[in-house]
Design a protein around this ligand. Structure first.
Ligand code: NAP
Length: 531
């Protein structure tokens, strides 16, 4: 049973909710955590598809708040697989005794502000209500699964799966005719594994994607020990990296445009072998300048052509646009999978999937039959989880109405008209463009210290100032417009969900964002109104 009243509610038991709850309990608050899933883990609880793995290295994708935890936890691989990260989240919850603060299998469907006493009342799908003074949404940036509204979706009689809501018991595709729709990160990770089991695999591709081999490998104990011996220093350097990770690696500041063709190729080859995102460190201007970017894009295409034997399939797999304005993918044997005789690529860029029918799907005048269809079709990113919840602020203003033309926040943490409500890694914060665990730890510290300050000052309510928020939105847009990010149909812009406002949602600029929040805190929270 949920209590009727508490000091603070934290929604979500992912890495954000976990550290947030811990921090608020340290303040002596009566905190209740609510989670729609059955355990801790968030993203890593839901995304159990085969091959699911983090694309930030294990030694960096972890909490920093406990030196003992940091020293004791052993990561077996360079990039951790989903079960390992889930085990880590659950270990942290137990070790720091957060489990007893959470109620699982509770889906928050409403949150309504009462201005008479500055409280929020949260309602669950299970029919409960809970009133609190502080409400923190730790609901994740990629947690609201997106299944396109294909005609005939419910007519299909075979099994369907979404990568972001994978069955806990796993799926055995042995002997089955399988379709995967989508070629984003989740598809690129799962396709090689599904192909090993399936009798036949058809991949339906609307847009080809850039992917770099992850170069995953076991993490040698000596390497982990060397990092742990100086962990603080690595963490500190990472705080100053543009995405809060990757300080291990040398980033070359030089322009690709002034390099000779030989220097260019040699350097791209070197960074290709480093794997994943590190590839973009080969030159200093790859994500800033379209001509520079074209060199990196062409290098990746040359690798795809070298790998995929059938020239027609290789051409279809070659992405056409800017590299890294959609999230770059990291793979293990993705392009090689298309050399298997039972794996076929179907291009739906010109002739979209028309409909599902009882036995399969139709596109381009062809009918394909399947035993199972995997939707690797992504998420209603960054705003989806918040807007699906029915949040009603001051004077009956709904978050849905307020954000009808795109999200507006102050620092990606609060939004005016919604007092005493905080978002962890919300739209308008670096969030998905930085190491997520560092991001949530940073926000947990900021939010908990702000609540502590509020109570010490004797205030009962705090909210974003409209002018500060307007300015923040302008700054965010201005920064994005100086980069290549707005130039493709990415989920950063909401372009993957029909009808969603096309607005660049994350804030570009990790290290200076941290400085900005430090300054705001030192100045007793400029840009906020208190009462
Ligand atoms: P995604 O990147 O949004 O990819 C969705 C795919 O589905 C795209 O290829 C998209 O095509 C396709 N699609 C959507 N609607 C379609 C339709 N109606 N018909 C045909 N195709 C359609 O989603 P995701 O792969 O789940 O990844 C989302 C994010 O999660 C990643 O960018 C990353 O940030 C994170 N992630 C990280 C990891 C990791 O750490 N390694 C792994 C998985 C996910 P279009 O491109 O044409 O829209």
């Amino acid at each position: 049973m949920l209590p009727k009243r508490c000091d603070a509610v934290v929604v979500g038991a992912g890495f954000g909710g976990l550290i947030m709850t811990l921090r608020l309990r340290e303040l002596g608050l009566d905190v209740v955590g609510l989670e729609r899933g059955g355990d801790f883990g968030g993203t890593w609880y839901w995304n159990r598809y085969p091959g699911c793995r983090c694309d930030v290295e294990s030694m960096e994708y972890s909490y920093q708040f406990s030196k003992e935890l940091e020293q004791e936890w052993q990561w077996p691989e360079r990039y951790s697989a989903q079960p390992e990260i889930l085990a880590y989240a659950q270990h942290v919850a137990d070790r720091f005794d957060v489990r007893r603060l959470f109620h699982f299998n509770r889906e928050v469907v409403s949150a309504v502000f009462d201005s008479t006493d500055s409280t929020w009342t949260v309602g669950t799908r299970e029919g409960e209500a809970l009133t609190c003074s502080y409400l923190i949404m730790a609901t994740g940036c990629l947690s609201a699964a997106n299944i396109p509204a294909f005609a005939g979706l419910n007519d299909y009689k075979g099994r369907t799966y979404h990568t972001g809501a994978w069955p806990h018991g796993g799926v055995d595709f042995t002997g089955q005719r399988v379709a995967v729709i989508g070629t984003g990160s989740s598809a690129i990770q799962s396709i090689p594994i599904i192909a090993r089991q399936a009798k036949s695999l058809h991949v339906f591709q609307r847009t080809a994607n850039y992917s770099i081999p992850a170069q995953n490998a076991p993490l040698p104990e000596e390497t982990a020990a060397a990092i742990k011996a100086n962990y603080g220093e690595l963490r500190e350097r990472n705080w100053n990296q543009p995405a809060a990770f990757g300080a291990y690696y040398e980033r070359n500041p030089d322009s690709v445009l002034t390099a000779t063709p030989e220097e260019r190729k040699a350097r791209f080859e070197r960074y290709w072998v480093m794997g994943g995102f590190m590839f973009l460190g080969a030159f200093g201007d790859l994500v800033m300048n379209v001509d520079a970017n074209a060199h990196a894009a062409e290098f990746v295409r040359s690798k795809i052509r070298e790998t995929v034997k059938d020239p027609g399939t290789a051409e279809l797999l070659c992405p056409k646009g800017i590299i890294a304005c959609k999230r770059l993918c990291a793979d293990t044997g993705y392009f090689e999978t298309y050399n298997l005789p039972h794996v076929k690529l179907v291009d739906v860029s010109q002739k979209p999937i028309e409909r599902l029918n009882p036995t399969g799907l139709e596109t381009g005048g062809n009918h394909y039959e399947f035993d199972a269809i995997v939707f690797a079709t992504g998420f209603d990113a960054m705003t989806g989880a918040l807007l699906r919840m029915g949040i009603v602020g001051e004077g009956g203003l709904t978050l849905k109405d307020k954000w009808s033309a795109g999200p507006r926040t102050w620092l990606g943490v609060t939004t005016s008209g919604f007092p005493n409500l905080w978002m962890m890694t919300g739209p308008g914060s670096p969030s998905v463009l930085a190491n997520m665990i560092t991001g949530v730890e940073h926000h947990a510290d900021f939010i908990s210290r702000q609540i502590e300050w509020l109570r010490k000052q004797g205030h009962t309510r705090i909210e974003a100032d409209v002018a500060a928020e307007d300015q923040w939105v302008d700054t965010l847009n201005q920064r994005a417009s100086l980069t290549l990010y707005p130039h493709c149909n990415s989920w950063y812009l909401g372009a993957n969900v029909p009808g969603k406002p096309r607005v660049f949602m994350p804030y570009l600029g990790w290290p200076d964002y941290v400085q900005r929040l430090r300054q705001i805190e030192a100045d007793d929270y400029t840009g906020f109104k208190v009462a």
